[in-house]
Design a protein around this ligand. Structure first.
Ligand SMILES: O=C(O)CCC(=O)C(=O)O
Length: 300
């Protein structure tokens, strides 16, 4: 999923250029570039409440980017991800590297818990929108949104009690085939599509939009999925939102984002069938998840 790029790509970048913004009005669908969909107020207040209640049953974890059997390359250091995560459908542990066809397809997607009914319902609605809106060539055979990454964005609370804003994601592509759908809650986020010529030169913002509370964004097609990178440049602090969730070590959450993707079922493997080295690398995470999840308990 992530493009290995220097840490600079994950922090500052130039202020937004005029004309690239799409400022949203209440409950409307705007005219956007082809193959990009954005609906604010897509999630009703009741649906949001149900999702937040469900989120209180989850215990997200902090993952490290590398592991014993997948150590950092020479120009990189071991590091925690910038945010805690939880995956549904299958878990793509960072240290196993993310799903990346055509070569990186095996032993990267580990079977995980299914969706709760409210997400099942929303996923069906979103899949119908995709089938209505995208050309057939942009929807791979078998495509359905069976994978969900829940990203928690916010502040790390340091030892001295100071808050460190780490609510961003560096530029990357989601390599799962077909359109990706994203639902956001909490403070709004500045989401950018960028063209990149590698680590040496600055990326160019091609399109950006604010992702608001309860909104839906869908992107697909060659331009947004294959050619451009995307990133979350920053998350606002205007509403003083801090989600009441289960305790996440030294962290407070201002924004929660669900990205739904498609991984072919044949590339999803139960933990017990991972090769020994991969198993060794993720065993600790699965044990931690099993402390609160019947599903992961059954996988050990
Ligand atoms: O938080 C977002 O809006 C986007 C997250 C993202 O880019 C990802 O999970 O790949």
């Amino acid at each position: 999923m992530f493009k290995p790029k220097g840490s600079s790509s994950k922090s500052g970048s130039p202020p937004p250029k005029r004309g690239l913004f799409q400022k949203s009005q209440p409950s409307e669908t705007k005219t956007l570039p082809h193959n990009l969909i954005y609906k604010n107020a897509f999630i009703s207040a009741r649906e949001k409440q149900e999702i937040l209640t469900y989120l209180k049953t989850l215990y997200p974890i902090w993952e490290m980017r590398y592991s014993k059997n997948n150590p950092p390359p020479e120009n990189q250091k071991q590091r925690p991800l910038l945010r805690p995560v939880y995956w549904l459908g299958n878990w793509q542990f960072a240290c196993l590297n993310y799903y990346h066809p055509p070569k990186g397809i095996y032993n990267r997607c580990v079977q995980a818990e299914g969706y709760p009914p409210i997400l099942e319902y929303l996923v069906q609605k979103i899949e119908a929108i995709v089938r209505d809106s995208y050309e057939q060539r942009d929807i791979p055979r078998g495509w359905h949104l069976n994978t969900c990454l829940i990203n928690y964005y916010g502040n790390q609370i340091q030892e001295d009690g100071k808050r460190l804003d780490c609510a961003r994601v560096g530029e990357h592509k989601d390599f799962e085939p077909g359109p990706v759908a994203s639902i956001s809650f909490g403070e709004k986020a500045l989401f950018q599509f960028v063209s990149s010529r590698g680590t040496e030169s600055k990326s160019n913002v091609v399109f950006q939009q604010w992702l608001e509370d309860s909104s839906l964004q869908i992107f697909g097609g060659d331009k947004f999925k294959r050619h451009l990178f995307h990133r979350v440049q920053r998350v606002e602090k205007k509403e003083d939102t801090i989600f009441p969730l289960n305790e996440i070590d030294n962290f407070e959450t201002r924004r929660i984002n669900f990205t739904f993707r498609y991984v072919p079922d044949e590339h999803i493997v139960p933990f017990s069938r991972l090769p020994a080295e991969a198993k060794e690398d993720v065993q600790g995470y699965v044990q931690k998840l099993a402390e609160h999840s019947e599903f992961f308990k059954s996988q050990l």
